[in-house]
Design a protein. Sequence first.
Lengths: 612, 198
Amino acid sequence: MTSSGRTIVACLLGFSSATAAAFATHDGATERPSMPAAQQASFNRDIAPILFRYCAPCHRPGEAGPFPLLTYADAKARARQIAALTSKRFMPPWLPEPQELRFADELRLSDEQITLIQKWVEQGAVEGAPADLPPAPQFVPGWQLGRPDEIIEAEKPYTLPASGSDMYWNFIFRTPVDRTRWLKAIEIRPGDKRVVHHANILVDRNQSARRQEAESRAGFPGMELKIESENFDPDSHFLFWKPGTVPKPEPESMSLRLDKDTDLVLNIHLQPSGKPEKIQPNLGLYFTDKPATHFPLLLQMENDKKLDIPAGEKRFLVTDEFTLPVDVDLLAIYPHAHYLGKDLQALATLPDGSAKTLIHIPQWNLNWQAVYHYADPVPLPKGTTISMRYVYDNSSQNLANPNDPPRRVAAGNRSSDEMAHLWLQVLPRTSSNADFDPRMLLQESMARHNLEKNPADFEAHYNLAAMLQARGAQAEAIQNFELALRLRPQDATANNALGAALLAAGRISEAMPYLNAALRAQPDNFDAHYNLASALVSQDKFLEAIEHYRAAVRLHPDDANAEANLGSALAETGQLSEAKLHFRRALRIDPNHKLARENLEQINSDPKNLQQ
Amino acid sequence: MHRSSLTSQHLLSIFLSLAAAALLLLVLPCSLAAQKTALHLDGTPADPFLAASGKPVVLIFLRTDCPISNRYAPLLQQISSRYGAKVALWLVYPSRTSSAEKIRQHEHDYGYKLPALRDPQHALVTQAQVQVTPEAAVFDANHRLLYHGRIDDLYQDSGRARPAATTHELDDAIRAALSGKTPPPNAPGVGCYIADLE
């Protein structure tokens, strides 16, 4: 077949399938486009409204679209392209199928709109009467939410090579706050939007990602990130950017806490453009005076352990099911798989037996992954079972398959590995029992659920133990920390946590070996130095305790407790002038520090100490 | 008598129609050449075949604002270095509205060190039978069209790219042009429709 014949066939096919779709939705009735059949489709009347709403947010100068779609000339020079890509539903990019639960900002064209575009092109892509042209869309230039209160820029740019496969890069932003602040929004400006496919911020409250930087402050590669948290401090907000994103401030009651020394890690997905591209993202921080009063939680469902997909397998099914232990409102959903993902679905089965599709993506495409916010919160009562149902295609028919020929693929963090994750942002319904945080029950249930799936899940044991410890179930907490440590005997965080739990239970001599092990694994572990020092103090080993408090103070010079305790240990050994220095430092950090104030007053009031 | 006179008439008419066809063939290329031509960036008429002097000619069709053709820049530069002076390789920009200045800037941005032509009248587009950017056309030393179509199979559809190409049609076609072996079958490219530029 000649090339010219080929194009005509392609165009006709595109048209007829779109028409067929239109017929199908009308249940066999005559097709009714939004204008009389005899009338000619025109840009001004029929096409401009579609382009202005669905395309122009990205297809305008400075945005992600590779060319503008703002005028008749723009559209005319792309007419067949527009017709072909809309009929395949490749553009505008919107992966979920239509469903009863609506999403905010749905970017899906109707079958009628697609047919209309086809017709316009077929009829010669005419401009039409000037009076029919709607006003051009208005866009806010620069920062979408206005001038941010604080702008932080990545310290070093990353240069994306001209060619090669997709790249994932992580920038670590040191936050500029010197005390705890509350954020109503973070706006992500990822750099050149034509090469950035998506970006995601992770809140790193323990600066744990810094350890992955080969060169300090240069960032590091990697598609998936593990952020460590030593306290119960679950992720609560999706901080996600994709092309066309207009950031929305969080509801006032749901501001995001930002502490001093918290890092924001920006994970970005880049696609080479043909020329080297320098990427240096900016974050705009918008503060609020209103601390959060409602605390959403990101629930993660997953079943990575089941991901062991034979080469050539076309339909490999992975599922997970989780039953909610409390009433929640579902606010947003984020399905995540890598390149073998094909059909991604999540379903909720309510206690009354009714079922709701939460999301269904029949043609997964990692390049267009997104966080989907529901137009209205979805109430899911206690006892609702959420099912994740993902199908993977590891055959050579899956064009995105990173392996040629296909090979066995298991779960992992590299883009050539696979993942089966479903994140849900839920807001637990507040109960009358106000001193109980329902998020902890959710976390505890999730940890227990994960242990059912995988009894060797280190994190599940650790998280379960942390929840138990927090609600005072000490014995079971210690037991689960021990199980976690059996899986990773060298883990500094778990050794310290078990040591701390034993300390809290008064089992000091049993705690010591774990705290020492934590320091062997990670000599700069602040918590382990601090806890070990406390243990040594309770055994009256003040000189040794002083050494560990000194190490703790060196690691966290702004920690008032470490300063005050160092002062106390020094005072115990009679080193009063140095003790006073550290009490004063503690009071400079926290003027209300009770221990430091009382000890300092006691030293100063004792006439024996006057000469010191 | 009847028979032979009929025969001779018949023969005559065939001969005449052949002559007419030959005449048309002679006239058409001349009139095409007079009406439609590619241009050098300085605006003078360009004929990449005339300049090739017995070498295979490779035309690569690009658009400055086509993200798919742009992504091929490093590969095209590599292919050009691989064959060097053995082939005459040209970048062809079929857009009517892309100025020479814009094309020079595009070449600079994407690191192209290749000669470029403008083809606003689509003279080369027609000759090469290409439909989208990026597509390539490879002509042998006698300027016979051996291959036209995609550079490789990196893209199966817009937005559906493989991690790496598994076929390499342009490279195969150039080798075929140099060795006289069979070129790969024509395969349609994925990218931006040239017809949109008409």
